[in-house]
Design a protein around this ligand. Sequence first.
Ligand code: ATP
Ligand code: SF4
Ligand code: MG
Length: 365
Amino acid sequence: MSTATDTRPGTPTGASSAETLLTVKDLQRHFPFREVQGLKMVSATVRAVDGISFEVRQGQTLGLVGESGCGKSTTSRLITRLDEPTGGSITFEGRDITHLKESQLRGIRRDVQMIFQDPYSSLNPRQTVGAILTTPLRVHGLHKGKERQRVQELLELVGLNPEHINRYPSEFSGGQRQRIGIARALAVEPKLIIADEPVSALDVSIQAQVMNLLAKLRDELDLAFIFVAHDLGIVRHFCDQVAVMYLGKIVEYGDKKKIYEAPEHPYTQALLSAAPDINVARGVAPKERIRLVGDVPSPIDPPSGCRFRTRCWKAQEICAQQEPPLVAAESDVATRRRREGGLHLQACHFPEAKTDLVAEVPAEA
Ligand SMILES: Nc1ncnc2c1ncn2[C@@H]1O[C@H](COP(=O)(O)OP(=O)(O)OP(=O)(O)O)[C@@H](O)[C@H]1O
Ligand code: SF4
Ligand SMILES: [Mg+2]
């Protein structure tokens, strides 16, 4: 991607990979609402995001994973400041952006871009792909007088034919439309891309192609990513770190290797065991399966103590009484894994590493 017009400090080519780009601290989004109960009108609160903290460094990819309704999209909207937090803070490149007014958000609107889940509804059907991709260039005053050339460059970058600049979204397939969505996010040369389930609306055969494209672009452009997914399987090869969310909280967070090879929280273990297992297809013995029972409780009235306790097979009395804090993983504290370094936090009163959930495929298999 051309950065000819970009003189901002910390652009992909300039900054060290260890530089912290985004810091999210105790972030909350509570939605107040009123509903009729019997003959009374009562006030209630949806605790969509309820005190989460994480960091993303320059060029790093964080996977944000959890079941439907756990608060992933709300978190994404808060970071992009499409919504305003009710608590906590968001710092981008050392600047507190938590409560900036719209007029102060211009830089963030460029630096942080989103790729949406649904490539059908996220593109204006009445605009050509050329118009869709030119709009962000105009808004941010980029590539003045050379917008058409830049749009064609972007189309080429995402694997589309630059001659299709005058076509409408309806003339493209689902995978191609998602490529347009990716091109639109890249148009303004962002530093962080939040991809909210960018492949889940696509055919399985197309998902891998789009994932490969995202990985290629990320590496070539040294972009930081937050990749939102339901499934730990899909982020495994894409992310450096993973945060597992349950009912508005992060229950396990750390370097990919630690989360996949020795998850300690029962919920992470259940998600991992549900992830598609390529080993079975290759004749390797199936890994252990943990079947999650029951539905996710309502974020209006989450369970006391540990929010996962109503579905947890290990729950004990203390789990209803005390909320487990997010602390250093047990195996890191107890064994040499701590000396290996890296991040691994978990929030369970009875953490226990499970190392048999993801079997590596032997080289000869
Ligand atoms: N504007 C709103 N008003 C009230 N409740 C909301 C609002 N937006 C989201 N919620 C609720 O907050 C919770 C988290 O929603 P969110 O969309 O962030 O979940 P998600 O993890 O992205 O789910 P999915 O995987 O289905 O996309 C849900 O219970 C949702 O109903
Ligand atoms: S704290 Fe208790 S209920 Fe929660 S995950 Fe751990 S064992 Fe299960
Ligand atoms: Mg969502």
